[in-house]
Design a protein around this ligand. Structure first.
Ligand code: SF4
Length: 198
């Protein structure tokens, strides 16, 4: 899961699938990755691009996993933060999907939906780095692990098909009676006046 999430940074899923399978076949554990040469790692991940940088990161990641966590990916937010190249989104993804913890997949799509429905606005230029936005998003994820996963993928699907960035389909949206953005639009108000989270 952690490797898949790292591969998907700046890469599409179609590019990743074949490389991911081959990578796991060659290096099924952090120990196996540590015993490989950087050249071997580069060769396998070359089609993904950024392979010089990525191979170094992956080997460094394997080193930390082996040295600090006995070769296991920890199911703990603070410990995951100690892993090189692993940011908030990947931490949440690992916790949600591999550790079955109720975490949000807070990308720009979920941020848009949350900001519109709840009428909030991150004070940061890059809301996905805003701790207040993460805290808020955590409050809306169901606690049940199965529901949490469904909820996250449901939001992403909803953001892609209904609450689209440029042209939200409010007229057919089942959330419109609860949506702050829709209420303001209906009153002719300005959406950009949403209150800050801070
Ligand atoms: Fe998005 Fe419009 Fe639905 Fe609100 S009513 S959630 S803005 S599509």
């Amino acid at each position: 899961m952690l490797i898949a999430a790292l591969f998907l940074k700046k890469t599409t899923i179609n590019q990743v699938i074949r490389i991911y399978r081959e990578f796991l076949r060659r290096f099924p554990t952090p120990h196996a990755l540590l015993s490989a040469s950087e050249e071997d790692v580069k060769k396998i991940i070359e089609p993904l691009g950024l392979h010089h940088q990525r191979s170094k990161h992956l080997i460094e990641l394997a080193r930390v996993l082996v040295d600090k966590f006995n070769g296991e990916v920890p199911c703990d937010k603070e410990k995951l933060r100690e892993l090189p190249g692993v940011g908030e989104y990947i931490i949440s993804e690992v916790l949600l999907r591999a550790c079955r913890k109720p975490e949000p997949l807070l990308d720009r799509n979920m941020i848009r939906v949350v900001e519109r429905i709840f009428g909030i606005k991150s004070a940061k230029k890059r809301p996905h780095t805003d701790p207040a936005m993460w805290s808020f998003a955590r409050t809306i994820v169901p606690k049940d692990p199965d529901l949490a996963e469904k909820f996250n993928f449901g939001i992403l699907d909803f953001a892609r098909k209904i609450c689209r960035a440029r042209d939200p389909r409010c007229g057919i949206c089942f959330m419109k009676d609860l949506c702050s953005y829709y209420a303001k639009s209906a009153r002719g108000g300005q959406v950009s006046t949403s209150p800050s989270l801070h």
